[in-house]
Design a protein. Structure first.
Length: 436
């Protein structure tokens, strides 16, 4: 976790204090259920909750000092709690194993982190929708291979991003549901020393599902899918960030990041206005995707369990969620304040002498009785003259002057109507937003 790329609410989920508080709740809820089943005295659960009601500080240093001796984090925690609560604490952890605490805690943390990320995505979608409707009919050039293709609108570019992030929101909600499961099943997951009803009670109290079969750990395919989903979201962030970076290039300059008063773009060149936020998002996306492969490799554990996954998750759990939270918030800010230049879009759209209308002429010639091969040859022959003139020549005029082109001047002029390309924008917006 890098403070520069962190936000406090997400960081708070992953602090040692937060982890130990979740551990206590797991242990106390389990002891409560055991008491109801008559396995331990009800006074044991009461003692735990009475102590908790005092809102005790968690002494992380004291727990760490015990772990330095025990070499076992859960035992160190249980020992410290017993020192605070007293004799009744001996009934904690009855029939449980460490993974019951660790895996259930991780499920709680990932669920809480998901809730923040879901809220982040919802905010981003709101901002993208607002800007999409603002520029719904702002014409701009569509590009394929980075080369001018046919006209689109800037609103359509944003509608496309909205649809993608809406899919990501659906994916994240599904991943949250998949990873938010509780395992209180004891050594090797057989419930030999703890009743399954304890697991059901803890799951209900913590807002988790029950893991159907947990061996000794929750199966890591759930976590792999969760982190893979974060990786997909990161790639969507990078895709939109890359679009903005390209649009901000000096030769294009159709949109750019907001440049605040007093901001400096370069230590050497005072004129620079660089796309630093979207470049930063590209880098953060690489980091988030980098956590996906270790999560996938965690799936294959030995037999009922090993702990090769443990060290991995201590890294990727906090880092992936904290980084993605920051990245989503940053992207939301970029889109919210994005400077858009319709005049430059129009200028670029018209830069190449009408080449963007070549397909309409091609189709019109075929419908007028010319073979597709000859139609393509005629249009391309004139289009290449425009291309080689760097847009100084007019495709429309060259076609009018070409004796082999059988369309009338009026018919040709009609094929150069920009509005033709935008006639279905409303249809696309209704598909994306449910309204036009």
């Amino acid at each position: 976790m890098v403070p520069r790329y962190s936000r406090p609410d997400m960081v708070a989920i992953w602090t040692p204090e937060a982890r130990f508080r979740i551990w206590f709740e797991i242990e106390a809820h389990a002891t409560e259920a055991l008491a109801e089943l008559g396995v331990v005295p009800k006074s044991a659960a009461k003692a735990l909750w009475d102590w908790w009601a005092t809102k005790p500080d968690i002494d992380v240093e004291a727990i760490d000092a015990i772990e330095a001796v025990t070499k076992h984090d859960v035992i160190a925690f249980l020992t410290w709690v017993a020192e605070q609560v007293g004799d009744e604490a001996r009934f904690m952890h009855q029939g449980m194993t460490s993974s019951d605490v660790l895996d259930t805690c991780l499920a709680v943390q990932l669920a809480r982190a998901s809730d923040i990320l879901i809220a982040d995505l919802e905010k981003l979608l709101t901002v993208i929708e607002r800007r999409a409707f603002e520029h719904k009919m702002t014409p701009t050039i569509g590009r394929s291979h980075g080369i001018h293709a046919e006209p689109v609108t800037f609103g359509l570019k944003l509608a496309e991003a909205h649809a993608e992030f809406a899919r990501n929101l659906t994916r994240l909600k599904a991943a949250r549901a998949d990873v938010a499961t509780c395992a209180i099943s004891g050594a090797v997951g057989t419930f030999a020393n703890i009743d399954p009803r304890v697991e059901e009670h803890v799951a209900e109290k913590l807002g988790l599902g029950v893991e159907p079969v947990s061996t000794q750990v929750i199966p890591r395919d759930r976590h792999a899918m969760f982190f893979a989903t974060l990786g997909v979201i990161a790639s969507s962030i990078e895709r939109l960030a890359t679009e903005i970076r390209h649009l901000q290039r000096t030769e294009v300059l159709e949109a750019e990041e907001y440049f605040s008063p007093g901001q400096k773009g370069s230590s050497a060149m005072p004129h620079k206005r660089n796309p630093v936020l979207t470049e930063n998002l590209t880098g953060l996306a690489r980091m988030i995707r980098g956590y996906v492969t270790p999560a996938l490799e965690n799936v294959a554990l030995w037999h009922e369990r090993d702990i090769s996954h443990s060290s991995v998750e201590r890294y990727i759990g906090p880092d992936a969620t904290i980084t993605l939270d920051f990245a989503l918030a940053r992207l939301t800010g970029v889109i919210d304040k994005l400077l858009v230049y319709p005049e430059r879009m129009e200028k670029n759209l018209n830069k190449m002498g009408g080449l963007v209308h070549s397909q309409r002429v091609l189709l019109a010639l075929t419908q007028a009785g010319v073979s597709r091969e000859d139609s393509y040859r005629l249009v391309q022959r004139n289009a290449m003259k425009v291309w080689e003139s760097d847009g100084q020549l007019s495709l429309l005029q060259l076609l009018k002057d070409d004796p082999e082109v059988t369309l009338s001047d009026a018919e040709l002029e009609e094929k150069f109507d920009l509005g033709y390309h935008l006639k279905h924008v409303d249809t696309i917006f209704r598909r994306v937003f449910g309204r036009a």
